[in-house]
Write a protein that binds this ligand. Structure first.
Ligand SMILES: Cc1ncc(COP(=O)(O)O)c(C=O)c1O
Length: 378
């Protein structure tokens, strides 16, 4: 055997893209012993009898096999649950995070080493969901963030101007938006969709928070299918109550879903995810009741926040989160953390979010504990 040259981990590490090396990983805040109000999770566990029934079902699965026909059953159940229109298809993702990655992957255009070719653009109102710009960066799309108005409404003239200027391949509209919890005006959103379509772009309506919102775009898709023929509807079971299961789905005209399916890893939804999601849909009344309870708790939470001295502003919410403005968000965040309540300090995420904290809507008890910690920390 000849002597190989010594390996050079530093040289090998340099093969990883410089922009990736310069990034930070997504931080999930440590939460042991804390009340978790930072990630819009549903506070409710499955009732005991459903836990036992689910355990039996999961235990009996053929874990030695790759996911198979059950995935088709799950697609059919989700299509029925969402009221998928005729002529539409559905793509499943390991959370909608994966679908966001797949959409960027499918739309990224190659540029050769001499810079020939035209990079695709992704556009979204900002502040918005962090995964949109991240997916654009990682898959090589340009990202254009269009600022919302100071009250987090859609800036329609700015959106229309940006669409005309940048001709985005993908426009993301989170409906409702994260972290502002706003559900934008339906007519303004439709005009943005029209403009994106007129220049040949795709629009993704991201309805992660649909269980807590008063409207869904699927009604518009059904009412005016031709006008919304370039619109894809993205949903997730995370906020519904299954964040731990990781199941996102995207509904769109089959011509689009067929293309997306080509970039999807073949077994991206595990047999466990699939069966747990099917089980949850069979018991969707339980989750619907939880969502209704959270919507009531949200109204009480907002009313209490608006009465609290030191809360400069508390915005309306169509999601299971509430955005508040305080004088010193870092102090409030740390004070709450010391009192074992974890929220999200979004104050440095975007200039429009200056001094803002994002609070998850929990059960009445969770919200009372969060309010007490906040009041003591202001
Ligand atoms: C607007 C929006 N879209 C998508 C997601 C991703 O959801 P998941 O990957 O859990 O399905 C989130 C998560 O917080 C979100 O806020």
């Amino acid at each position: 055997m000849t002597n190989a040259a010594p390996s050079s981990p530093l040289q090998a590490l340099a093969r990883i893209r410089p922009d990736v090396r310069a990034m930070h990983s997504y931080v999930v805040q440590p939460s042991a012993g804390m009340l978790k109000m930072d990630a819009m999770e549903n506070p409710f566990r499955l009732p005991a009898h459903l836990q036992a029934a689910l355990g039996q079902r999961l235990g009996a699965l053929a874990l030695n096999r790759y996911p198979g026909d059950r995935v088709a059953d799950l697609k059919a159940a989700l299509a029925q649950y969402a009221g998928m229109p005729e002529g539409y298809g559905i793509v499943l993702g390991n959370g909608s995070d994966e679908l966001i990655t797949l959409l960027a992957l499918a739309c990224a255009q190659p540029v050769d080493k001499d810079g020939r070719g035209q990079r695709a653009t992704m556009l979204s109102p900002m502040p918005g969901f962090v995964m949109y710009p991240l997916s654009a960066q990682l898959q090589g799309l340009d990202f254009v963030g269009v600022p919302l108005t100071p009250d987090f409404e859609l800036d329609e003239p700015a959106m229309l101007a940006a669409i005309a200027q940048y001709r985005p391949a993908i426009t993301y509209i989170a409906y409702p938006n994260n972290p502002t919890a706003t559900l934008w005006d339906e007519c303004a959103v439709q005009r943005v969709i029209d403009a994106a379509g007129a220049q040949g772009g795709i629009v993704v309506m991201d309805e992660a928070y649909q269980p807590f919102a008063s409207r869904t775009w699927i009604d518009r898709m059904r009412a005016e299918p031709a006008r919304n023929a370039h619109v894809l509807l993205m949903r997730t079971l995370s906020k519904f109550g299954l964040a731990g299961v990781r199941l996102g789905y995207l509904i769109g005209p089959t011509a689009f879903t067929a293309e997306l399916d080509k970039v999807r890893p073949p077994y991206n939804v595990s047999v466990l995810n699939c069966e747990a999601a099917l089980f949850a849909l069979e018991h969707s009344d339980v989750f619907a009741a939880q969502a209704a309870e959270l919507r009531t708790a949200r109204a009480d939470l907002i009313a209490a926040l608006r009465r609290m001295p030191g809360i400069e502003k508390c915005w309306d919410s169509e999601a299971n989160m509430v955005l508040v403005r305080v004088a010193d968000p870092a102090r409030a965040y740390e004070g709450m953390k010391n009192r074992k309540v974890l929220v999200k300090n979004v104050s440095t995420m975007h200039p429009l979010l200056a001094n803002c904290l994002r609070l998850t809507v929990g059960s009445a008890d969770d919200n009372a504990q969060m309010l007490a910690a906040l009041e003591a920390s202001l």
